[in-house]
Ligand binder design. Sequence first.
Ligand SMILES: Cc1ncc(COP(=O)(O)O)c(C=O)c1O
Length: 387
Amino acid sequence: MIPYLDHHATTPLDPQVLEAMMPYFTTAFGNAASINHAYGRAAAEAVETARGQVAALVGVEPRCVVFTSGATEANNLAIKGVMRAAPAGSHIITTAAEHRAVLDPAKRLKRAGCEVTVLPVDVHGVVDVGRIAEALTPRTVLVSVMAANNEVGSLSPLNEIGRVCRNRGVLFHTDAAQALGRVPLDLSSMPIDLLSGSAHKLYGPKGIGCLIVRRGEPRIRIEPLFDGGGHEQHLRSGTLPVPLIVGFGCACDIATRERDAETVRLRELRDRLWTGLTSRVGGLLLNGHPTERLAGNLNFSVEGVDGEALMTSLTEIAVSSGSACTTADPEPSHVLRAMGRSDRLTRASLRLGIGRFNTQEEVDFAGSYVAAQIERLRGMNHPGHSK
Ligand SMILES: Cc1ncc(COP(=O)(O)O)c(C=O)c1O
């Protein structure tokens, strides 16, 4: 198998997580709502243990955890849920570097009559806190700013943003899909009201995530996205996917124990990769904040090569490009564009995401391999000038 360096897209399941999940696919198959018998009670207990593990990772009480199908749903629940429970014409503020799972719900709300402000970001992809403060109006109900950017890894100043919101009585939501388990998020001390997370970004299974909802006064009013059996304190109806929840809990538990050491290791590998690349070829421009960024993230633009040619040349490693390559006509990344990169450089950008199971050998291989491909492509553009 080729080295996997795309850990922002998804992470492999940790073997410990798979082991924890297995019984809930087989013998312990009960419905967590059927607590009148032993099967159901075993499932319900497993769900509550997992809820505690997720809660512990972010320093909240277990009742703050609402299980969803992932961060997309959690973002939709936070944004549409809060705005639909608020008076008509209420105002939401977000940023141009958010994931589509935030920007698209905001767009839909705009069509439904909400006022939406999408703030620009700086060259590192980070929003200026002062601009948030300026954009607040008496009708602002919610501010949504991601914790860590999924493309360039930049970290947002969550405490500062949260403080501005608290002072003005506005709710603060953060999409922490990339940050959960990767950077410290202690909501017992951070002014965050709502936080979205996703298990498959932290070595858990796909199809499960959570919205963390601050409890206490003033109460956060959220309109559920769909109606049904009233599960998850009436915020997310639907039979709980017990094996996935158990896996999510286990993944959070591992992250609680290993996050700090893992961060150090990933940062070393990431820096080694960057040094390996820049010592071999010139014309690489780092994207994202130079220091305030995810440890495993490396995103850069390559001068003097065609983006599509670069991507198609990289067959020996699994990485991601600066384009959303899910469509036949790849769109340049809206994040890199918002940071001011030209379309050409945006297309000629690579995102490498280093993760838990990557080795130094894989990283060294990636460095020399990517550098060699860049040189080769530049040589093709300028025959005789391959150096
Ligand atoms: C920042 C961010 N938000 C939301 C999502 C969507 O998460 P999920 O796949 O759990 O729906 C992702 C995943 O790509 C992400 O990186």
